[in-house]
Design a protein around this ligand. Structure first.
Ligand code: WT7
Length: 659
């Protein structure tokens, strides 16, 4: 199905589902009346709403004095001023006193099925204190930054919480990123320490990680120490003056209490880099009080997390989804969070369902790309396992197409479970638009309604609210506690990216429409950002990696519709004058981008071209390139500004030859 057709089917999607859980009295938001009352209360008086919410959800050392101070024109946003707290205290210590001491906080399933580790709150507290003591003893202080480049092993959340405990700002870099990407991020955040591992276990392979860390650190003078977890037992090259094994740092004496640092509400908790439409990835800054309130509040309302639940979010902690919905949200609420090291398809496409059965998972949160990939493998794999423990299903990362939604409902949700399609972003810190599992009638493909406390709207190009069913820009009109507070060391970029086009509003960068029932239908990015398997990639970033190759003169990158990944990367490359087009060079360019950014950024298709469609002023017409990549022959819109219309035909022919 073409992209346009998919959007068409979404436009015509009329079905409404009432999940079997609707009206469950014991749910946090039991029915639609409860949702509407909460929403109204939150819009009438957002400040008291959030003040009340934070008092319910967090233990503050000193209570906040004011709920909110804000001005989107600067922009400046401050939540819960005057309040002090510690995030690791809220995620751990307080649960030792409230009856959850021996409850499983973290269940870790390694890639080999026999590798399981379970941490009770007491045990996790002890591990976090120990590693926090290690960091402190190595000179890490409040306000310092620490880079974490690690596989999905328990040491990752432990290190995150250890940083939070001593007031250090963590910056997790997804282990699938290259040495160069790691280097850029460390240089930008000026990390003092790097925590990494010998290797990543993935789909039966052992992929060395430490060599990437070494390569990155060669140009990172701020990093004086590197702590290495032994995951695979590899014999790695250790630099004695810099490197230390995690297990060697953690002496017995470290395993004692570590007093949590008292943090102001607005002290940064972490930085997480994400791609934009221009330049290098930006360091999104989240702060302590607001972020934690928002992560906890949304985990409770969207997943209806209860004390006996086993909750599993399949994301990687290297992305915001892992931060908010594996670590901070569920642990802050005293929940049991399952963490999985492996992939859905290995050793067989029933791995996820086998894990659901093994641990009796109640709440399951994954991405549309996973659903689509597993759909292809056939329903037999789902039938091999008892999935009756499941109660709530979630989806995140991109719009879920109705076909995948229905499959998810039928084959995983026993035809009756609520599916919460959650729209949000790295910048929003937590979920913004989603159904409430016991309340909201569902429409496949729609993220449904805004969460309480979220004032979200669709505006036209002039910033005026769009009428129902008219597409426009997704914006947020008031601050919410989980929103980013800045771009690390770059206030101009913060303002420019999010607050300049529509003054007084936060611009998400997505296109969407609202239907007659007020339901949101998110269509995808309006900027030059591609969404590959729910991961955000900047086209500019990939282009600059390509142009850095000596054979390349010019490059333009666009997203091309893909049945499983949502979008895949399609690059148009113009070679230098003396270069020859060849399959070898194509391969080399792909390897080059993998090295520059990471495997997820490698173009699936590279089309060599003589020329790109440009306006007379020299601007590349990406709209046209997207259509050519998608194989669309007509509907080029207005091409009157195109300098040389013959370019389109040449590119179309080139594509036909290639595919
Ligand atoms: C972009 C944010 C938030 C965690 C995962 C990605 C797209 C995300 C949905 C959804 C439609 C979605 C948007 C957004 N997106 N969830 N449920 N329906 N689109 O985080 O890397 O910051 O990407 O992902 O385009 O802007 P991210």
């Amino acid at each position: 199905m073409s992209d346009e057709m998919k959007i068409q089917t979404m436009m015509h999607e009329q079905r409404v589902f009432e999940p079997s859980t609707n009206g469950s009295k014991d749910a946090h938001v039991p029915d639609m009346d409860a949702y509407e009352a909460l929403y109204k209360q939150s819009m009438d008086d957002p400040e008291s709403f959030w003040m009340q919410r934070t008092q319910e959800l967090l233990d503050w050392k000193t209570s906040p004095e004011t709920a909110l101070e804000w001005d989107f024109s600067i922009p400046e946003i401050k939540w819960f001023q005057g309040g002090t707290l510690n995030a690791s205290y809220n995620c751990l210590d307080r649960h030792l006193e409230n009856g959850r001491r021996n409850k499983a906080a973290l269940i870790w399933q390694g890639e080999p099925d026999e590798d399981v580790r379970v941490f009770t709150y007491q045990m996790l507290h002890s591990e976090v204190c120990a590693f926090a003591n290690v960091l402190r003893s190595r000179g890490v202080k409040k306000g310092d930054t620490v880079a974490l480049y690690m596989p999905m092993i328990p040491e990752l959340p432990i290190a995150m919480l250890a940083c939070a405990r001593i007031g250090a700002i963590h910056s997790v870099v997804f282990a699938g990123f290259s040495a160069m990407s790691l280097q850029n991020r460390i240089q930008d955040c000026e990390a003092k320490i790097l925590v990494t591992a010998d290797a990543v276990l993935r789909a039966g392979r052992t992929i060395p990680l430490k060599p990437n860390a070494d390569e990155a650190l060669a140009a990172c003078p701020t990093v004086k120490q590197c702590i290495v977890v032994s995951r695979a037992g590899l014999d790695v090259d250790m630099k004695p003056e810099r490197d230390c094994w995690w297990h060697d740092c953690l002496t017995d004496s470290m395993h004692s209490e570590c007093s949590p640092e008292v943090m102001d509400a607005e002290d940064p908790l972490f930085i997480l880099y994400t791609s934009g439409s221009t330049g290098k990835p930006k360091g999104v800054v989240h702060t302590t009080g607001g972020y934690l309130t928002y992560a906890a509040s949304t985990t409770q309302q969207v997943f209806d997390l209860k004390d006996n639940d086993v909750y599993w979010c399949t994301a990687d902690c290297g992305w915001i989804t892992g931060h908010s919905y594996i670590v901070y949200g569920p642990l802050c609420l005293g929940g049991t969070s399952l963490m999985f090291e492996g992939v859905p398809s290995w050793p067989a496409p029933d791995r996820f369902w086998q894990i659901v059965e093994k641990f009796g998972v109640n709440i399951f949160y994954t991405a549309p790309t996973v659903i689509r990939a597993l759909m292809r493998e056939g329903v037999e794999w789902t039938r091999r396992h008892d999935l009756s423990s499941l109660r709530v299903l979630g989806s995140v990362g991109e719009p879920i197409n109705p076909e995948a939604w229905i499959w998810y409902l039928e084959h995983i949700g026993h035809g009756k479970l609520p599916i919460v399609d959650t729209w949000w972003q790295t910048e929003t810190g937590g979920i913004m638009i989603s159904a409430m599992p016991a309340a909201t009638p569902l429409k496949p493909g729609s993220a449904t309604l805004p969460l309480p406390g979220v004032d979200i709207a669709i505006v036209d190009d002039n910033g005026n609210e769009a009428p129902p069913n008219q597409g426009g820009h997704l914006v947020v009109r008031k601050p919410w506690p989980g929103m980013l507070r800045g771009v690390w060391k770059n206030p101009e970029r913060f303002k420019e990216t999010y607050f300049s086009r529509f003054p007084g509003m936060y611009e998400a960068g997505d296109g969407a429409r609202r239907d007659d029932d007020g339901y949101f239908w998110v269509m995808g990015r309006l900027d030059d950002v591609i969404n590959v398997s729910g991961h955000r990639m900047g086209t500019a970033e990939i282009e600059s990696a390509l142009v850095a190759h000596p054979a390349v003169a010019e490059a333009a990158v666009v997203g091309m519709p893909h049945d499983v990944k949502g979008e895949t990367i399609y690059a148009y490359v113009i070679l230098g004058a003396d270069e020859e087009e060849s399959d070898e060079l194509m391969k080399e360019l792909r390897v080059w981008v993998r090295k520059e950014i990471g495997p997820i950024a490698a173009p699936e298709f590279i089309q060599f071209a003589d020329e790109l469609p440009k306006t007379r002023s020299g601007k590349i017409m990406r709209r046209v390139l997207r259509k050519i990549a998608a194989g669309i022959r007509d509907e080029f819109g207005d091409t009157s500004t195109l300098a040389d219309p013959g370019v389109i035909i040449d590119l179309q022919d080139g594509r036909d030859d290639m595919l």
